[in-house]
Design a binder for this molecule. Structure first.
Ligand SMILES: *Cc1c(COP(=O)(O)O)cnc(C)c1O
Length: 377
């Protein structure tokens, strides 16, 4: 079935007794047992709930995975992923990464006995250099937040397979509509469903998608035990958002391409980072493994003061964290998403006081350009 159809019909194996077109919200914490040792298949909502199950099956179908698990946020999903590892294990991760993941790895995973080596995963030689005998997992975000580096998932997967290392890919920036890491050889796909999957900036959510029954079983155990599961109502919101994933992403990406090209021509814009620009160093890898470029753009203003001025003057584009939704949002990574990352590391990665990160939404493109035109004056 085409991915556009899966977005609408979700887990189509589901049969509804009532004929309801929309999967209902089972707003219940617990389920009555038929008898001792008997179950309807549902016992307690932390373990499973029909609303969540429907959403999880939909996400598994979209990502071509064996199973998907819905968490209360993207960070809850990544924290659960890290529970697969043991003290003494080493993880290799992209050095340019969502700031929350860096905070988790450096302060919580490390405290739990893991060592995280950061490398440029988009440079396969650098990825290889980061691996040791103790490496048990590789964590790739592609494209990265906020610098838009693209890692060749297939090549990373080959290296991991050879050494029996688990490859997890944070697929938040492209969603399964544009990129399916499991089909490229990854073991686990990760999402902040707060972003494109939900798409409306109205709920948090996170997903882990497992390729194999064994990984699914291990993750299910962690999921129900640590308990950061997605509530039935939030599952409903994500399922509703998913129905328009394809059209949203296509239009947002088209808006982003036009805006990125326009920004590239502005004298007051020093650099533009957008995967779909011909000048982007990873555009060919991106074309090989993804069917679209997404709607995330980072750019550098002339100075820190100029960046602050742009943020203050934009009227349609709102100054807020998050991304992927229908509303265009702009953030200041150095002081927001990446505020907890050591300053020297931010500088090295290109996250400086001039850099702004933009998530292009569904507004009319001429209105967006006009907004930037007046803000950059
Ligand atoms: C937002 C984000 C996360 C964290 O997700 P939350 O839903 O905010 O917890 C993880 N990875 C990426 C790439 C993100 O953009």
């Amino acid at each position: 079935m085409n991915i556009r159809t899966i977005c609408i019909h979700g887990a189509s194996d589901e049969t509804h007794k009532t004929g309801a077109i929309v999967n209902p919200i089972y707003q219940t914490a617990t389920f009555a047992h038929i008898g001792v040792g008997q179950s309807t298949g549902y016992d307690y909502t932390r373990t499973q709930n029909p609303t969540r199950e429907h959403l999880e099956k939909t996400i598994a179908n979209l990502e071509s995975g064996y199973d998907a698990l819905a968490f209360s946020s993207g960070m809850a999903a990544i924290a659960a992923l890290m529970e697969l590892f043991e003290p003494g294990d080493e993880i290799v991760a992209s050095t340019d990464l969502y700031g929350g993941s860096i905070r988790l790895f450096d302060n919580i995973s490390t405290k739990n006995g893991l060592k995280v080596n950061y490398v440029k995963t988009w440079d396969i030689e650098d990825l290889k250099r980061g691996l040791t005998q103790k490496t048990k997992g590789v964590f790739v975000e592609t494209p990265t937040n906020p610098m838009m580096h693209v890692t060749d998932i297939q090549k990373a997967a080959e290296i991991c397979k050879e050494r029996k290392i688990l490859l997890a890919v944070d697929n938040t920036f492209l969603s399964p509509y544009y990129q399916r890491p499991l089909l490229l050889g990854a073991d686990i796909a990760i999402h902040s469903g707060t972003k494109y999957l939900g798409g409306h900036n109205d709920t948090l959510s996170g997903f882990l998608v497992a390729k194999t029954p064994l990984l699914s079983e291990r993750l299910r155990y962690i999921h129900k035990t640590s308990g950061a599961v997605l509530s039935p109502f939030d599952c409903f919101l994500v399922q509703r958002g998913l129905k328009t994933l394809a059209v949203r992403m296509d239009r947002q990406s088209e808006n982003a391409r036009i805006l990125a090209e326009w920004l590239s021509k502005q004298e007051k814009v020093k650099k533009v980072y957008y995967v779909g620009l011909d000048s982007h160093p990873d555009i060919e890898v991106s074309k090989k493994q993804s069917t679209g470029f997404g709607s995330m753009i980072s750019f550098e203003a002339e100075s820190g003061e100029a960046a602050v001025s742009v943020l203050g003057r934009l009227k349609i584009v709102q100054f807020a964290e998050s991304l992927g939704g229908v509303d265009s949002l702009i953030t200041y990574p150095l002081f927001q998403t990446h505020a907890d990352v050591p300053r020297s590391r931010n500088e090295e990665n290109g996250v400086n006081e001039r850099l702004l990160r933009l998530s292009v939404g569904l507004e009319d493109i001429d209105d967006l350009i006009a907004d930037f035109e007046q803000a950059l004056k």
